[in-house]
Structure formats: structure tokens, C-alpha cells
Design a protein around this ligand. Structure first.
Ligand SMILES: [Fe+2]
Ligand SMILES: [Fe+2]
Length: 396
């Protein structure tokens, strides 16, 4: 990561925090080595990190330019996707009636904590000269949980639109039918996360700038396979990591069953991404196009690993009290964020391998950033939603 500290240490705290944000945004671009990847991510980076388009309090409009692909012969062209479509129809559930919405969610009840204090390791704040009483520690942990759920909701909006676009743009007819089920899945995920935040927690954080960048990049990219790679593999992988971590840790019964149901849907979504991209990348792309995707996936992996730093929580709680770069250090080393990175990459890396985006050319880069340990795991086409849940239950 770009080290801004040497330049900014002498500034007053508030100004130092602003400068750190700009330099960190610049650091995203300096980390990207492949010029084609830079060209495709930079406009989204400017819109998200500098112009903060997700935070202007007005609807965001993003121009789309993909091509809708019609086929009037309706071929049965992909039996595995057809099978997934059949399973997806059978796996539908109604977010309004299936979940126990009558549950009294009390974030103050120590027996049903949404997130334990050990997630952040709040006591470590004293190392940064920040002292909180017990009530504040509890409230801060709840802010983090609400932030996570808010980002899940915003990610689901991106997923809904991406699923709809991909349904239009993909060439497999069986993939289009499957895609229709994903559109309703994502609609349901928005319904349940929004209802939980609105009815039970009464709060919604704005979209995180880095999440906005990834969503903006894949929604505006005209190439269907980039949308797939961005949404079905990267963002869905991120979501599975985050949902899985919260599912394991939460003691709140309504949220637990909500996440269990969503995780089972998401497992199908990633499975679909692996099926579509494995064929496309190995059979349709030339080597230069494949390499561009390989580099893009690596850069976005770094973006996801390094940049979900809960800044919206920092601004609410600590801006002016603690330097922003110290907050980043605190969050990076928190037990919950370590766990999240572990669950996310243990799912993501095997999927990248399965679709042909982890050839020996890129492996040293993954090795350098410590992600090769996940290389041998099962990819999504080998993992059912039930298996994912039982893995998480066993590890809890
Ligand atoms: Fe979803
Ligand atoms: Fe999804």
C-alpha cells in the first residue's frame, strides 16, 4: 500500500485524515501495473474515490453499453446450467414469510449479540490512546455490524443489476434461464437485508467508496465476461466471505437464519460464474485477452483485501480523535477482519484457478501477497450451499 505517513505526519489531525484519503485513492492507481487494467478501472476509481458518486445523496446514474444477445432457436446448450436452473427454481423461498420477522432483535442483549466485541478486538484501541467505556465499546461493535449489513445491501443492488445485464448479454440460452432465477434471488436479498436494517437496526450506512468502484467498473464495462468475472466471481466471493464470517459469529437468531438462506443462494451464483467463465476463458479468448482478465482479477483481489477499512464507521466515531492511517492499521489487524480475509480468499482463489485465471505467470504475485495458501481448495462447482453451511457450522 502507498505509504502516506511520512508526508502527512506533521499536519493537524483533520487535515491529515483528508490528505490520507486522497493519497490512499492515488495509491490504488499506483498499485496497478497492467495499463489495460488501469484504463478499465481508472474511470470508476475517479467516480468512486475522488468524486464520491455513491455518497451525493442523489441516485447514481451509470451509462451501460453491453449488447443484448437474442437467440430465436432456444437451444438446450448447457446441461450443467440447465441443472442449476432446475435447482434454483426448487430452492426459491419467500423473504417475507420464511424468516422469523417477529423475533425481537435487541442489540443490547449480551446473549444475542449481532457481533461479538472480539471481532474488532476493541481493547486494542488503547494502544492508539483511545479509551472507550463498556457501553461505547458495545455501541462501536454494533456500528460495525450495521456497516457490514449496509454494505451487503449495497452489494446486492449491484448484484441485481449485474444479474439482469448478464441475463441479456450471455450467449448460453440455458444461462439466460438460470439468470432469471438469479435476478429474483438478488431482489429477495435486497428485500431481506433492507428490512433487517430498517426494522431491526434503524440505520443504514452509505455505500463504501471501494465497493462503489468495483460495482461501477463491472456495470459500465461493455464486455459480458468482465461483468461475470467482477460480479459472479469477485463480488460474490467477497460476499460469501463476509456472509460466512458474520454467520459464524452472530448470536442473533433472525440474522443467523437470514444469512443461512442467502449463503445457499449465493453458492449457486458463484457456481454459475465458474461454469460460464471456465468455458469462455478457455475456449473463446485469445492469450492476450485471457492475460488481461488474469491481471484484472489480481488487482481487484488486492482492492478487496486491502481496502474495506470501515472508514464510514471511522468518520462517525474517530475522525479528529485518531489518525486515519492508525485506524486502518487497527482494522487490518482486527481478529474479525483477518477471519473475513481468510474465508473470502479460501473461496475466491480456487474459483480463479478453476476458470483459468491462475496460470504460472501470475502465481508469484499471489505468492507475494500471501494468497497462494488457498490455491488447492474446492471451486464452487464442487461445493453446494449445504456444504458451505456445514463447513461454517463445523468451524464455528
Ligand atoms: Fe445476493
Ligand atoms: Fe448473488
Amino acid at each position: 500500500m502507498f505509504d502516506a505517513s511520512k508526508l502527512t505526519n506533521l499536519l493537524p489531525l483533520k487535515m491529515r485524515s483528508q490528505t490520507d484519503a486522497y493519497l490512499e485513492a492515488l495509491g490504488v492507481f499506483l498499485e496497478i501495473r497492467d495499463p489495460r487494467v488501469l484504463a478499465s478501472l481508472a474511470p470508476s476509481g475517479v467516480r468512486g474515490l475522488l468524486l464520491k458518486r455513491g455518497k451525493q445523496g442523489i441516485p447514481t446514474q451509470i451509462k451501460c453499453s453491453h449488447t443484448a444477445y437474442f437467440d430465436w432457436t432456444y437451444p438446450n446448450d448447457h446441461p450443467e446450467m440447465r441443472e442449476l436452473y432446475t435447482r434454483a427454481k426448487a430452492g426459491q423461498w419467500d423473504g417475507a414469510t420464511y424468516l422469523p420477522w417477529k423475533t425481537d432483535v435487541d442489540p443490547e442483549n449480551p446473549n444475542t449479540l449481532i457481533l461479538p466485541q472480539s471481532f474488532l478486538g476493541v481493547e486494542r484501541l488503547e494502544d492508539y490512546n483511545v479509551r472507550l467505556d463498556d457501553k461505547e465499546k458495545h455501541a462501536l461493535t454494533n456500528s460495525v455490524a450495521t456497516w457490514m449489513l449496509s454494505q451487503f445491501l449495497h452489494g446486492e443492488q449491484g448484484a441485481l443489476f449485474a444479474a439482469a445485464q448478464v441475463t441479456e448479454a450471455v450467449q448460453f440460452f440455458d444461462g439466460k434461464l438460470y439468470g432469471a432465477t438469479q435476478v429474483i434471488d438478488e431482489g429477495r436479498h435486497i428485500e431481506v437485508f433492507h428490512r433487517y436494517l430498517d426494522e431491526k437496526l434503524n440505520k443504514l450506512y452509505q455505500v463504501n467508496d471501494n465497493l462503489f468502484v468495483i460495482i461501477d467498473a463491472l456495470i459500465s464495462d461493455s464486455r459480458w465476461d468482465m461483468k461475470f468475472l467482477g460480479m459472479q466471481i469477485m463480488v460474490e466471493g467477497l460476499a460469501l466471505g463476509a456472509f460466512g464470517t458474520l454467520y459464524k459469529l452472530t448470536k442473533e437468531p433472525l440474522l443467523k437464519v437470514l444469512l443461512k438462506m442467502v449463503i445457499q443462494d449465493e453458492a449457486r451464483h458463484v457456481h454459475y460464474g465458474v461454469l460460464a467463465l471456465r468455458d469462455h476463458i478457455n475456449k473463446e479468448l485469445d492469450e492476450s485477452e485471457r492475460r488481461e482478465r488474469e491481471d484484472w482479477a489480481f488487482e481487484v483481489s488486492l482492492l478487496m483485501r486491502n481496502r474495506f477499512m470501515l472508514y464510514e464507521v471511522y468518520e462517525e466515531w474517530f475522525e479528529g480523535r485518531m489518525p486515519r492511517d492508525k485506524w486502518r492499521e487497527f482494522v487490518t489487524n482486527s481478529p474479525g477482519m483477518r477471519e473475513f480475509r481468510q474465508v473470502m480468499f479460501s473461496r475466491l482463489v480456487p474459483n480463479l484457478r478453476a476458470i483459468g485465471l491462475m496460470t504460472p505467470r501470475i502465481l508469484p504475485h499471489y505468492e507475494r501477497v500471501g494468497l497462494m495458501q488457498y490455491f488447492g481448495g474446492d471451486a464452487a462447482d464442487k461445493l453446494s450451499g449445504e456444504q458451505l453451511i456445514s463447513d461454517l457450522d463445523r468451524a464455528a
